[in-house]
Structure formats: structure tokens, C-alpha cells
Design a protein around this ligand. Sequence first.
Ligand code: GLY
Length: 376
Amino acid sequence: MAEPRLVDLADLTPRLRRVVDHYANRFGTLVDHHPDVFPSYTRGGRWRHEGELWTDWCAGFLTGILWHCYRRIKHEWWRDKAEHYCRLLEHKQHDRAVHDLGFIFLNSYLPWYELTGDEDKKQVVVTAGRTLALRFREKGQYLCSFIGPESLFIDIMMNVPIIFYAARETGDEQLLRIARAHCRTTERTIVRPDGGTAHEGIFDLNTGEFLRPSTHQGLHADSDWTRGLAWSLYGFGTVYSYTNDPADLAVARRNADHFIARCPEGMVAPWDFDAPEDDRIPDSSASAIAASGLWQLADLCKDPAASARYQDAALTILDSLCSDRFVSWGDPDWEGVLKHGVYHKPKGLGVDESVMWGEFFFLEAVCKALALVDGD
Ligand code: GLY
């Protein structure tokens, strides 16, 4: 069991700034050399390849990286690119085939709206929220995953905030009911009492009854797939920021305490906490997501000791990741920034590679820490 180490933010700051510079280099090159392409994971460090997608869920992350670069670097080139990449995604607001509309629009059109106040940008986010809500199954009370109507994914906790957003902006009580019900069903069925999570829940379509936990990307149904746990930690925290419901904060804290307790020294999680010793490769993306989610939780938590512990944990992760081992600054041939991520271990996709969500959440966490330093 690891405890967060005490990291001095002032000591870490030069490495945080160097990471941002490295993002500008790598992602400036990516959008220059491969315009209008939305890669999900690298192969041998290269973004362009013919590897299987499994599901197409990542386009918002590259766009979100461009927005982060704009906010930090404040050069119009980044804003032009971010706006251009947003426009390429606009049609997805009606996409009923995926459960990932939160990932896509909360990181693209929402920052665009927040920057400009343009009502048409907000409407795209609201429409995407309404589209996601169409996945709701009254029998069972959950939003179903792209796999099929019987399947609920833990990942959806990162997407349900777009329904809360649409409900708040429109006053639509049905959207609010759907979003709240999904959270309670997720908590009841695939969040375990110890704070661990299953990747998937399977339901009986006739009765709506929960049948069993399952997994696609974890080791097995009852294991702790670390990225799923990080999605839950971050997702329930974000939901709490909309609902103010202590039940949501309690789940996020249970997930966070479990994540911290099961992490090794330095808090870079293996791809699954239950993976055997000879298969315990890290998933840097799980820890990057957790770092950003823990940072948020530290802000949300009213208990000063818990809040300090979550921020220390986030800084411990950043301290570990902002290193020669994890950042590609010593490897000119590696096109990503954050190395040693995992996409789909059982399928052998994106194993020990850069993954676009890892890139996004690492940069987001770095920016949160720099905002504290710079008083933004
Ligand atoms: N299915 C989303 C993920 O790989 O985390």
C-alpha cells in the first residue's frame, strides 16, 4: 500500500513547464504533419497506423489538448486549430452509436463556448447531452454502452456529466432524472463496497434486473481495471459538482481511497491491480486520469485533511510521470508525449504506447497544478 509522498510544487514546477513545451512541440507537429486526423493510440510511438479502433471514442481528446495549449501558450495558432478541430466534430452531436459524447463535447465545444459565450456552441453541447440520454433504459435505469442495450460501462460516468450540463442549461427535468438514475444504478451494481469497480454490468433486458459484473479491458469481472476505477473516481466527482449530492462525493472518495491504497510507490498504477507480478505493466493513462480527478476531489472535499491527501496523491503521480521514464523528451522518434499507456490489454491494442486520453488528462492535470502556481 502506497501513501502519497510530499512533493514540493515549487520543485516540480520547472518540469511541469517543460512538459507543456513538449506538448506544444509534439502536438504542433502532429496537426501540421497529419491534419484532420484523430488518432487514439500509437504503435511503436507513431500515431498513424492501421491498428483496430475497437470503438471510436477519442476525438475530443486531441481537440481538448489544442485548447489547453491555447490557454497556456496564448497564441492564436492554437485557437485556430482548436476551433477547426471542433468543427470537424460537430456532426457527432447526433451520434447514437457511442456512449462517449461527454468525452467528445465537454473537451471541445464546451471550452469553445466558455471562451466565447456563443450560444450556438452551447447548443451543440446540449444537443450532444440529449443524444446521450437516448441511451437510457427505463428497465434497469442505466445508459447503455456501445456494446448493446444489456451493457453498462463504468466509463459512462465520465460522459453522464454532459447530461447534467444539458439538464442545468435547459431546466429539463427528464434529463436530470435520467442522469441521476444512471449514477445510482452504477453505484449499486458495479461500484464495490471497497471502492473498486467492475468495467461492465450486464442486465436482463426483460426485467431490467442486474445479472453480473463483466469486463472487456480488465483482467476479469471481479478485478480492478485501473482505468475504469479512475473513470469512476473522476466521473462521480464531476457529477457531485452538478448535484451537490453527498452520495456522489462519497463514491468518488471511496474510489480515490481504493486507488491510493492499491497503488505501488510513486502511484503509477499497473493496467489492472489484480494482474499477476509478471504481467504488471503500468498504464500511465490510468494515473494521469486519477491525478486530474484527485485534484478535482481535493477542491470538492470540505474535509481539509482528506483534501490535502488527495492533492498530495495527485502531485505524487505528476512527480512520477514528469520524468525521463514517462515523458518522451529524450526520444525524438516517439510522436506521443506520455509513454507507457495501455488501451486494450486483452486484445493487445495499444499496449505500452501513448494513448490520446492519457495525453489529454496528463496535460489537464499539469495545467491544474500550474494554475495554482501561476494564480490563474
Ligand atoms: N473504453 C474506454 C477506455 O478504454 O477507457
